[in-house]
Ligand binder design. Sequence first.
Ligand code: 5GP
Length: 122
Amino acid sequence: MSYDSSNIFARILRGEIPCNKIYEDEFALAFHDIAPQAPVHVLVIPKGEYLSFDDFSSQAPADAVAGFYRAAQKVVAQLGLQAGGYRILANTGADAHQEVMHYHLHIFAGCDLGSMVRRGLV
Ligand code: 5GP
């Protein structure tokens, strides 16, 4: 699969669609998820065109990878999530129901997030 620059996050990066922005630097943009699944539900996306965790982690230059994860941590700190805890998740591919084919991290926080995966799957 090749990167499709018409995906919704690419359009947000180009400013074609608005977002509720939390943080931005040269490597990343962070904004609130449009359909939050926790009291805090933030998306962090790299500025470059990468499909997934695999694509980004294997193909992006080292400074972009480091810059992206440093940006994600700045979002965590800016939102003051360390004290209560939080969960970071990257859906990848069909089994994980990745819907938007531009790599992104979900950051969930603000309540007891429960067990890591739905029980009964294994
Ligand atoms: P995925 O399933 O690909 O890991 O998650 C995609 C996420 O993007 C979903 O949580 C969905 O609610 C969110 N999302 C989809 N379209 C938009 C949008 O236009 N704006 C924002 N802020 N979030 C979106």
